[in-house]
Design a protein around this ligand. Sequence first.
Ligand code: NAD
Length: 402
Amino acid sequence: MTEIVILGAGYAGLRTLKELQKSKEDVHITLVDQNTYHFEATDLHEVAAGTQSKEKITYEIKDVVNSEKTTFTQAKVQKIDRDNQKVTLDSGESLSYDYLVVALGFQSESFGIKGVSENALEMVDVDSAVKVHEHIKQMMQQYAATKEENYLKIVVCGAGFTGIELLGSLIEGKKEFAQIAGVSPEKIQIYCVEAVTRLLPMFDEKLADYAVKHLTDWGVQWRTGKPIKEIKPGVVVYQENAETGETKELAAQTIIWTTGVSGSHVIGESGFSERRGRVTVSADLTDPDHKNVYVIGDVSAVMDPETNRPYPTTAQIALKMGTMSAKNILHQLKGEKTEGFTFKSQGSVASIGNTHALGLVGKSAVKGYPASFIKKMIMNKSLLETGGIKEAMAKGRFDLYH
Ligand code: NAD
């Protein structure tokens, strides 16, 4: 029997699993993840802001595992040995495979900036998102006890998709924060420090301005064109003037780091040829050095022929890679030629709070409530396709009418 090991139960890994479980081939699958649950990574900002519970964005992995075909192992992957076709886990166990699917996802990227890991909060998984919310609540309690203004200040570092979506949710969270602090919501101060001046460069200026204007109207205070140089305890140090090198400090008791991500550290530590934890894969999504190893999702870099740069890492592309890796493994099992992966983005939509969003659907710009509706429908579709009807009914977003 052919042994297929899938590392990671995120969007990419679970999609591969789902497709392989449908096959009639004589295969056994082992799925490995450090958690017993899958989480919707596109929704972490809501958990961090406390506007959504962690239960709403997670479901048990066992619910999508067909135990006749698949064994689920909860463990952390330590190392992948491609030459000996083995994966070492933190439990001490080692798994052998005929085919391997590496879908280990992303981690926060500090770009070597001093003090980030010690003094800023990351938002990369359910635990870290819950920690952000808990931290904010504690700071609000501290304000109630001390009346020290910095406890009411929250800084989001970086205004990429993640930062923008987080800002929108934090605005919605203000009511809860203010109640704990015993102040009115306007007293909660939300800042964003961002290196570039033109935000959301993937959208045209009009669309990007829509997001910035709404967030500004809702009280976000921007420091754009200000690269962050250091995070000290309770202080963000950013460059005020590029010519003189002058820096300024912004004090705040909550500092959240959303300046970008890299692929899992396991990739580099396992000797893959990589950049920022991402492997530039062959056209069929295999590791260029090993035809039985597929690298998909946020640990994978696929070149976009139009821009000559890798496609951005999104849930959408991860799901498509999941389907393709399963298809190609099945081709290999049958002695057939593998297929090349092609990707046509269906667009991307960023939420700003629960009822506003903006983005591109195909080539059409969408914004406002219709965009928010579309975003929730996209999330429901992905839940339905990977988690099935049970998860979609339980965890789907049906608060569509406002
Ligand atoms: P990102 O790389 O897209 O954005 C990071 C932002 O931080 C950039 O604007 C960058 O200029 C800024 N930055 C970097 N270093 C800085 C510094 N030292 N000081 C100040 N600012 C700095 O990262 P992300 O937002 O985490 O997104 C990661 C990936 O996930 C992207 O591909 C994104 O498209 C995707 N994503 C998609 C969605 C969606 O489709 N709704 C949501 C979230 C993330």
